[in-house]
Design a protein around this ligand. Sequence first.
Ligand code: 2RA
Length: 353
Amino acid sequence: RRPTLALIGATGAVGTVMRDIISTREDVYGEIKLVASARSAGKILRVRGEDLVVQELTPEVFDGVDIAIFDVPDEVSAVWVPVAAERGAVAIDKSGTFRMNPEVPLVVPEVNPEAARNRPLGVISTPNCTTLSMMAAMGALHEQYNLRELVVASYQAVSGAGVAGSARLYDEVEALAGDRTVGQTAGDVRKVLQNKLGEAESPFPAPVAFNVVPWAGSLKDGGWASEEIKLRNESRKILGIDDLKVSATCVRVPVITTHSLAVHATFEREITVADAHRILEAAPSVVVMDDPANGVFPTPADVVGTDPTYVGRVRQALDFPNTLDLFVCGDNLRKGAALNAAEIAELVAAEFA
Ligand code: 2RA
């Protein structure tokens, strides 16, 4: 039979992409329910060519639901994911709440699909978009060369902070546009934004237009940002390498959608660029764009809205033969969020066949 699917958080930035993905991939579901907070309940949204009324998040909404995909804040998942699981649904959760729970698999279908079957709590987590940006590529390389260390710098798009993140960058760009004197004196960007946007709240701790912001997430011990800690813990869990050494610096950049990562990856043995190209070209859902002599490398502007992980600038580190330096781009709302959750849901749906 075809499983009933519920999308919780159907109206958010990821929810919108999720409806598009569910509508364009192979249709494996029976009924679909769209669910959101009371504020959005009653809205009519389109999925799979049908107009559906968004239902309010209540315990009863999960009755008869086989698979529930959650894209809601951590605190909402903490309350409602267990409710869905208790009522018999397999909950696929995009929040950070359950990712590191040893009884909850953290799944990237290209890397560890078998983990999705071992879900004692009825919950499967999907990783943070920053981790996901590189997992398909790193998983393929790890399978053959045994990954030992990752040093990563991220270039994260503003839509990682949701609809409010994208709105803020558009507002800032509009406020700064046309003034060819701005950006040349310390603090002038802040001043123009203050004048034009006033006290309007920003999800970012500094201007993001005409700027880069070395901060993403919340403050953790030792001055680390939560995104940096997630990247470390989640990479270890997905790849199944408990002692993987990981260090990251996460940076927000003025890009609407598509996260990029500069990755310095060290393996157990020597790896050449040709080896890496061969493996990455054979990896499902990885696209190699690596011909810098002809200006070919991935950029967010060229890959946004698409599904694969794009890899370019692959170099054998000059002083470290076991190390590759490479640049990865992935759409943070698609593979980074909605697509990975949809792919997990398809793995679960296949169990109903
Ligand atoms: C961000 N990775 O980019 C986060 C979203 N979960 O802000």
